[in-house]
Design a protein around this ligand. Structure first.
Ligand SMILES: Cc1cc2nc3c(=O)[nH]c(=O)nc-3n(C[C@H](O)[C@H](O)[C@H](O)COP(=O)(O)O)c2cc1C
Ligand code: SF4
Length: 437
């Protein structure tokens, strides 16, 4: 499920992609990793020393929010210094978004790059503990692969900080930062209210850095090749490459590494202009293909269209699927995944799901659409986490992009002729205590 965008030699030149994934698409054992990137982890010798390079590189988080990585490193190091409490680092490979496959692919093919990044992040914030948190993988046994990688690294003598492996429950919220910390601390896998932020007081009360698995892999390459090398692809405002999960209308899916700022026209390949594309996954935005092909894959360009890169998920809707019905299935799933601890999320999301289900059927009440718009406004910004905001974004974009389809449903018709669901949605399940722990 991976592909190389351009050919690359064993070492690769600065602008060659892939940088993170092996061009051979074969899992990289330690000896192959050492041959490609050098057999040592480029430690800097003291906490804080890597941070200026990360700032200059302009690396942002690849877990969805695109937050500047150097600011998180600084915050954790500052908290650890001022509180005289040793920091903890967590690599987030939960990939709880059902449509995404990029972190599992990265961990499967290039585990040592992520583990190099975890060690370097630990040094940067002066941590003495690192945890790599991954989901029970849908396709591969990532946990077993990581155990093997850790054994190889111990034998090679490159591990400074002991790395523990931990498993994320298969729920949408299990990858959310405070849910990760909560779960690893023995609590349920649900978000907690902030403040305090994990950077202040996280795992075991320590200042905690939570960084996406792909972000850590980029960090490892910045430490090795420097910020100027990193900036040789991407845009000036959003440098570097990013992993994307591309799902095409024909049902095929692949993970690919592309420069930020890549024209969506090139990423999407041959598409019908009157179709729709979902950018950024289930907290993302539906756009008409005709609009998407004018844009580039970076937050600056996408923002103008109300979209964002998120975790790099790009999905083309098949012409014989109904966008409203597909969104209704996803929103029902998202509503059931609410942790149920904030009123607007607990009450608003199921109502939105029900209204959307009505709109997906024949001759919905006019009021259903107005209700949906109102609830999308009411839940936004009202949760302890961004789950309601992301769900509202998806719903609003569906109402706009599929406006003609909504009118069709009002007349008792639907352009979706394929009864088979398209977007991957785990079997909807209500929350139980067991699921979250
Ligand atoms: C509902 C929800 C689910 C999330 N799931 C994940 C996830 O599976 N993996 C991940 O890395 N980040 C996930 N995030 C983002 C994390 O909260 C956090 O911002 C991220 O792990 C930080 O890493 P980064 O700065 O390197 O991107 C999720 C956020 C939300 C609101
Ligand atoms: S906003 Fe929703 S998902 Fe997030 S913590 Fe509150 S109830 Fe849970």
């Amino acid at each position: 499920m991976t592909t190389a965008m351009r050919g690359t030699s064993a070492e690769g030149t600065a602008t060659d992609l892939p940088r993170l994934l092996p061009a051979s698409q074969q899992p990289q054992e330690w000896h192959a990793h050492a041959a490609r990137y050098g057999g040592r982890v480029p430690f800097r010798g003291a906490p804080g020393r890597l941070i200026p390079d990360v700032r200059e590189a302009g690396l942002t988080g690849r877990g969805g929010a695109a937050f500047p990585v150097h600011r998180k490193l600084e915050a954790v190091l500052d908290a650890a210094t001022s509180r005289r409490k040793t920091a903890v680092v967590i690599g987030n490979g939960a990939e709880s978004e059902p449509a995404s496959d990029k972190d599992a692919t990265l961990l499967w093919l290039a585990p040592h790059l992520v583990l190099d990044g975890l060690q370097l992040a630990a040094e940067a914030v002066g941590a003495d503990q690192a945890i790599l948190y991954t989901h029970a993988d849908r396709r591969h046994d990532v946990g077993r692969r990581l155990e093997q990688a850790l054994t190889q690294r111990r034998q090679a003598g490159v591990e400074r900080v002991t790395v523990q492996l931990a498993q994320a429950p298969p729920r949408f919220l299990s990858g959310q930062e405070t849910a990760v910390v909560n779960h690893l601390g023995g609590g349920p896998s649900i978000p907690t209210f902030i403040p305090p932020r994990p950077s202040e007081r996280g795992f075991d009360g320590a200042p905690t850095l939570v960084q996406n698995a792909e972000t850590l892999a980029h960090l490892a390459l910045i430490a090795r090749h420097g910020p100027r090398w990193f900036r040789q692809v991407g845009t000036a405002a959003e440098p570097g490459s990013t992993l994307c999960t591309i799902r095409r209308a024909d049902g095929t899916a692949r993970v690919t590494e592309v420069p930020l700022g890549m024209p969506l026209r090139d990423l999407l390949g041959p598409v019908t202009l009157d179709g729709a594309v979902l950018i950024g996954g289930y907290h993302g935005t539906w756009l008409p293909v005709a609009q998407a092909v004018q844009l580039t894959l970076d937050n600056h360009a996408l923002q103008a269209a109300g979209a964002r890169v998120g975790a790099g998920i790009v999905i083309t809707l098949p012409p014989d699927s109904c966008g409203i019905a597909e969104t209704a299935r996803v929103v029902r799933y998202l509503a059931l995944e609410s942790a149920g601890q904030c009123g607007p999320c607990l009450n608003g999301l199921p109502r939105m799901a029900a209204a959307l289900a009505e709109l997906a059927g024949a001759r919905p009440r006019r009021q259903a659409r107005a209700d949906l718009e109102r609830w999308a406004g009411l839940v936004t910004g009202r949760g302890a986490c961004h789950h309601p905001d992301g769900t509202a974004r998806l719903v609003r974009s569906a109402l706009v992009t599929f406006a003609a389809e909504l009118d069709r449903h009002g007349r008792g018709r639907c352009s979706g002729t394929n009864p088979r669901p398209f977007l991957p949605v785990p079997r909807a399940q209500a929350r139980t205590e067991e699921d979250w722990t």
